[in-house]
Design a protein around this ligand. Structure first.
Ligand code: HEM
Length: 393
C-alpha cells in the first residue's frame, strides 16, 4: 500500500501538510506513483543522501517524475569522477565576484518588467516578472546575442509550461529546441572563441581531461542543462515570495522601511519556500533507513522543501523569521557533489527582484487565486497581484 499520494490535487500549502505528517509518522515513505519512488522528508536523511554521492547516484534518475529523456546532461546527470570536469569548468563563472557585473543588468531588467505592471495596476508576478527575469539575466551570463535572448525566453517558457502541465510530447519537443540552441552556441564559440574566464561555453571547450577535450555532445548537454536549471527555480521563488508578501503586509512594511534586511529575507524565503521537492537519487546498493529498505536501483526523492521545514532542525519552522541562528543548515541549494553552483546568481536576482518590487510599490495585494506548481518543483506558478505604485492612492 502507498504511504502517500503525490498526484492528488494540491493547493499552495497542502504539500507541506503532507510532508509534516510524513516526517512524523513515515520519514522514508513509498508511493507507486510515477513508476514508484521513495521520499525522504527529514532534514538529516535528505542531507545524508545528498552528501553521500557514492551510495546515492544521479546518473540513473535525477528527478521525480522522470522527464522525457532527451540525453545526458552534465553536471547533474553524471556521478563523480565524470561529473567533476564539467562542474569545475562552469562553477568559477558563477561566484559572487564573477557575477557582480550582472547586478546592474538585473536591476534594469526588473525596472523594465515592473513599469508596465505598475502602469496597469498589477498582473501575474510569475508570468510578467518572475518568468522573464531569470531568463534574461541568465542569457547575459551566457553572453547570448539579443535574438538568442528572445528565443531562449520563448522556448524556456514553453518548456517550463510543458513540464508543469505534464505534456510529455511538448516537453520533449521544447527540450530538443533547447538542444538546438545549445548546439548553435557551441558552434559559435568554436569559430569565435571567447575568454574562458568569462564565458561558460568557452570554459567547457578549454577543459582537458588526460590531454583530451570534453566530448562535444556532453558540452552541448551541459549548456542544455544550465539553460533550464537556471530559469525555473527563481520564477517559482518570486511567485512564492509574492504570496507571502500578500499574506503578511507587515513583512512588506518592515522590508520597505529597512531594505538592508532584504538579503536576509531572501535567505529565509529560500528556506520557507524551497522550490524543489523532486531532485532524485538511486541507491547503488540496498540501504536500510528507519526500518525501510530502499533497494538498489529504486528512485529516491530528496524532499528539500520538507527538510527545510523540519521542526527537528528549525524552531517554529512554518514562520518567517529573520533571527534564525542556524540559517546555514538550509538545504535550499542542496548539499554535496551536486550542490547548486548558481546560488550566488540566484541570491542576487532574488534580492534585486524583491528590492525593485518593494521600492516601486506602496502596497501589494492578492488579485485572484494562486496556482501552485507541481512536482518536481513546489511553490507558485501563477500569482495575480494588485500593485499600488509607491506614493499612489
Ligand atoms: C532559487 C534559485 C535556485 C535554487 C533554489 C536552486 C537549487 C538547486 C539545487 C537544490 C540543486 C541540487 C540538485 C540535486 O541535489 O540533485 C541545484 C543544482 C544545480 N543548479 Fe541550481 N538552483 C537555483 C538557481 C540556479 C541558477 C540561477 C543556476 C545557473 C545559472 C543553477 C545551476 C545549477 C546547476 C548547474 C546544478 C547542477 C550542479 C551539479 O550537478 O553539480 N541553479 N540547484
Amino acid at each position: 500500500m502507498d504511504d502517500f499520494n503525490p498526484v492528488h490535487a494540491e493547493t499552495f500549502d497542502s504539500p507541506h501538510d503532507q510532508f509534516r505528517h510524513l516526517r512524523d509518522t513515515c520519514p522514508v515513505a513509498h508511493t507507486s506513483a510515477w513508476g514508484g519512488f521513495w521520499a525522504l522528508t527529514r532534514h538529516e536523511d535528505v542531507a545524508m543522501a545528498a552528501a553521500d554521492s557514492d551510495a546515492f547516484i544521479t546518473s540513473v534518475q535525477n528527478v521525480v517524475p522522470k522527464v522525457a529523456f532527451t540525453g545526458r546532461r552534465p553536471p547533474l546527470h553524471l556521478d563523480p569522477p565524470e561529473h567533476t570536469p564539467y562542474r569545475r569548468a562552469i562553477a568559477p563563472l558563477m561566484t559572487g565576484r564573477a557575477i557582480a557585473r550582472l547586478e546592474p543588468i538585473a536591476r534594469q531588467i526588473c525596472a523594465d518588467l515592473l513599469a508596465p505592471m505598475l502602469a496597469k495596476g498589477g498582473g501575474d508576478i510569475c508570468a510578467d516578472y518572475g518568468a522573464f527575469l531569470p531568463i534574461r539575466v541568465f542569457a547575459h551570463w551566457m553572453n547570448l546575442e539579443p535574438d538568442q535572448i528572445e528565443e531562449l525566453s520563448a522556448v524556456g517558457r514553453r518548456y517550463n509550461i510543458a513540464v508543469q502541465s505534464a505534456q510529455e510530447a511538448e516537453t520533449k519537443e521544447a527540450s530538443l529546441l533547447l538542444y538546438d540552441m545549445a548546439r548553435a552556441i557551441l558552434a559559435d564559440r568554436k569559430t569565435n572563441p571567447r575568454d574562458s574566464e568569462a564565458d561558460a561555453t568557452s570554459a567547457l571547450l578549454a577543459v582537458r581531461v588526460d590531454g583530451e577535450p570534453l566530448p562535444e555532445d556532453m558540452i552541448v548537454g551541459t549548456i542544455r542543462q544550465v539553460l533550464v536549471v537556471g530559469i525555473i527555480a527563481p520564477t517559482v521563488m518570486i511567485g512564492s515570495i509574492a504570496v507571502h508578501l500578500c499574506r503578511f503586509p507587515d513583512v512588506q512594511a518592515q522590508l520597505r522601511a529597512d531594505p538592508s534586511l532584504i538579503p536576509l529575507a531572501v535567505e529565509e524565503f529560500l528556506r520557507l519556500y524551497t522550490p524543489y521537492r523532486g531532485f532524485a537519487r538511486t541507491p547503488r546498493h540496498d540501504i536500510c533507513l528507519h526500518g525501510r529498505t530502499m533497494k538498489e536501483g529504486e528512485a529516491v526523492a530528496l524532499i528539500y522543501a520538507s527538510a527545510n521545514r523540519d521542526e527537528r532542525v528549525f524552531d517554529d519552522p512554518e514562520s518567517f523569521r529573520l533571527d534564525r541562528p542556524n540559517m546555514k543548515d538550509s538545504l535550499a541549494f542542496g548539499r554535496g557533489t551536486h550542490m547548486c553552483p548558481g546560488a550566488a546568481l540566484a541570491r542576487m536576482q532574488l534580492t534585486v527582484a524583491l528590492e525593485t518590487l518593494l521600492a516601486g510599490t506602496g502596497s501589494i495585494t492578492a488579485a485572484g487565486p494562486v496556482i501552485p506548481t507541481r512536482m518536481p518543483e513546489i511553490g507558485a506558478l501563477s500569482v495575480p497581484l494588485n500593485l499600488v505604485p509607491r506614493g499612489g492612492a
